[in-house]
Design a protein around this ligand. Structure first.
Ligand code: OOG
Ligand code: NI
Length: 468
């Protein structure tokens, strides 16, 4: 058997994710404080909730918990997005899902680069929410052109990073040494630069159009703008943040607290004001500041089916309609109460969520199934096998993002200004053209994982077929 000299993409991703976290901790010390707070809260939660601890052990999530995080970047051109796709592919990350933020007044559309197979997610669940600026949404033609010209001149990848991407594509992987080099080189793309590439005047024009446009266009590259650890108790962390001198946003995005968490709950701390040097064409340097980088935490729950997701969307919309105004510091408690009331319509136990096909699950053969004569169970249905305690199930973790929540995270960091509502049509096709590939459908990925677990159960129980 031939022995491949290549390091597994999952391993490159895990190492890259650690390196990125180290870099961001050095750049934004408050993120380090947040990490510690999340780790402490996770430990307490596990100690206090033995059932949760059992569930995390069963699914293997316990092992990925401390390395779990997502980050976010924003790029300016199709070429940048397409090269990012190739860079992330070296680490086994694919573009999953399409998120249109324009209806919420944010001039970007996005995807998430992440691992897709459950074994790879288990090895390292690191994901990057990646947004492409929609220059066509800049109203003034001259400013739009100016932004495009500035972006056309920059190169956000080191030449060695590009060489290594090509090397990986042609050879089918990277050796250990190449992977180390690749991590060091690709990290450069996401580093913070405290010197802008434009004058204070141009920065201001871009900023006046939309703060996000200045953030993308005025810098050398797509600095990582936040990293997000996964917490087991987001309400506890939200409450504890102020004691650690961290100011959280007013409300937690996503569903309300539940016994059986669904999808994704997120909260962030406000972006920091950072010193930046602006350089004019005559070489004059002016000190100013820029606000873009922040910290975020997330609590992940069950991945929902299309049916579950539409119920979620409907209840969330109903809560927002009932509140009538956007959620803020003043009405936060009222909003959470309304949200909980609306979501009382969403079954809060896994049995009902499974019976009503609201969520995806992973199935496991039980200990008991080992001693059962195969002939006696051939005709049993899945439900009967579950009732007989021969198969058990756990919800699949939601690995993706939510457009309404993402818009809330963006907005909490953009201030109140510039929240115009873009009426532009959604343009998944344009995004995919720029990306160079169609994004993957996340629902199909969950479905495949669920099916694989059912096949594994059938094999373990020696069933010729599993009747669902
Ligand atoms: C991305 C905001 C969205 C999330 O977790 O939904 C986001 C950004 O600010 O670039 O990070
Ligand atoms: Ni985020």
């Amino acid at each position: 058997m031939s022995h491949t000299p290549f390091i597994h993409p999952d391993e490159i991703r895990a190492r890259f994710s650690r390196a990125m976290s180290d870099m961001y901790q050095a750049e934004v010390p408050l993120y380090g404080t947040l990490l510690q707070l999340v780790a402490d809260t996770n430990k307490q939660t596990i100690d206090q909730q033995p059932a949760l601890a059992r569930h995390l052990c069963q699914t293997g999530e316990i092992e990925r918990l401390s390395m779990e995080r997502h980050g976010a970047i924003r790029v300016g051109t199709a070429a940048e997005l397409a090269m990012l796709r190739r860079l992330f592919a070296v680490m086994g990350m694919k573009a999953v899902g399409y998120y249109d933020l324009a209806p919420a007044g944010v001039p970007v559309h996005s995807t998430a680069f992440r691992a897709v197979h459950e074994a790879s997610l288990q090895a390292c669940p690191f994901r990057i929410f990646t947004s492409l600026l929609r220059l066509e949404l800049i109203e003034q033609p001259e400013l739009r052109q100016q932004a495009a010209d500035i972006l056309a001149k920059r190169s956000i990848f080191t030449s060695r990073a590009i060489e290594l991407i090509v090397q990986s594509e042609t050879a089918g992987g990277l050796t250990h040494n190449e992977a180390d080099d690749f991590i060091t080189q690709s990290l450069e793309t996401f580093r913070w630069h405290n010197q802008a590439t434009v004058s204070a005047e141009v920065y201001q024009q871009l900023h006046d159009q939309h703060r996000l446009i200045a953030d993308v266009v005025a810098f050398k590259g797509p600095h990582i703008n936040h990293l997000t650890p996964r917490t087991l108790n987001i309400d506890a962390v939200q409450l504890a943040m102020p004691q650690h001198n961290i100011t959280p946003k007013a409300v937690i995005e996503g569903p309300p607290p539940r016994h059986c968490p669904i999808l994704l709950r997120q909260t962030s701390f406000k972006a920091l004001e950072e010193k930046v040097a602006f350089v004019s064409t005559d070489g004059q340097v002016i000190q100013g500041h820029h606000t873009a980088r922040f910290g975020e935490i997330e609590q992940r729950g069950a991945a929902l089916t299309a049916k579950g997701r539409s119920l979620y969307d409907r209840l969330l919309q109903a809560a927002q309609d009932q509140l009538q105004v956007p959620a803020n510091e003043k009405n936060a408690a009222q909003y959470m109460a309304i949200l909980s009331e609306q979501f009382s319509q969403f079954p809060d136990n896994y049995q009902a969520m499974r019976a009503e096909k609201l969520a995806f699950f992973r199935y496991f053969p039980t200990e008991k199934s080992r001693n059962v004569p195969t002939e006696s169970i051939q005709s049993l249905t899945l439900d009967e096998l579950i009732d007989a305690e021969l198969i058990k199930y756990e919800p699949l973790v939601y690995e993706d993002f939510l457009p309404v929540s993402a818009a809330g995270i963006f907005q909490s960091n953009l201030g109140d200004k510039g929240q115009s509502h873009f009426t532009e049509r959604s343009s998944q096709q344009d995004f995919q053209r720029d990306l160079g590939i169609a994004v993957m459908d996340e629902l199909q990925l969950y479905e495949e994982t669920q099916q694989r677990s059912l096949r594994a159960c059938a094999a373990a129980l020696k069933l010729t077929q599993l009747n669902i």
